[in-house]
Design a protein around this ligand. Sequence first.
Ligand SMILES: O=C(O)c1ccccc1NCC(=O)[C@H](O)[C@H](O)COP(=O)(O)O
Length: 211
Amino acid sequence: MAQVKICGITRPADLSAVAEAGARYAGFVFFPKSPRNLSVGDAAALAAEAPPGVARVGLFVSPDDAALDAVLDRVPLDIIQLHGSETPARVAEVKARTGLPVMKAVGISVPSDLDALWDYGLVADLLLVDAKAPPDAALPGGNGLSFDWRLLAGRRLLKPWMLAGGLTPANVAEAVRLTGASVVDVSSGVEAAPGQKDPALIRDFVMAAQG
Ligand SMILES: O=C(O)c1ccccc1NCC(=O)[C@H](O)[C@H](O)COP(=O)(O)O
């Protein structure tokens, strides 16, 4: 049984579907190249509507301080997700600057990619173990790609972690079984179109993740 984060929420109805399905985290994307990108104003309105049981995760890609401040001045967030090329030192800086828990996304493709989970585990509060985006991908995440989940089998990480990358209602139970993940994260696998979640897929995903 795993808890669920639904990433890339852009509409109030999708946030309601997240809460009604029993997901514990809702992700808001701040990355202009993404079809899931939110303006600060829209994000402020959405985040204010999140019910108490749903943690609000702000996703940033290699943000500078000004980009973080512009969002955090107006958008109430509970967790910062860093999904770019942030170094461990930058993760520590963001944590100190914002005072919020920081989750660092680590892309996995081959076994040696797992080494970074140790380095980031020393400084981040949470880890997001995601598929590594191909070099020609338009986005560093949210591409619906998965990695070989067997790479994580039996591994102990330094910090609590979420599994992401290409998860769907059809494969999430198997992913949880193979990796032992206690939290799973999905975006494109519960979408009707990029940036538009499908409430039925969200419900099916949460039910499948929870066993
Ligand atoms: O979703 C985006 O548009 C996005 C843009 C830039 C960086 C990361 C992005 N998404 C990350 C996620 O939604 C998830 O944390 C994760 O990568 C799972 O995505 P998916 O494979 O689509 O389920």
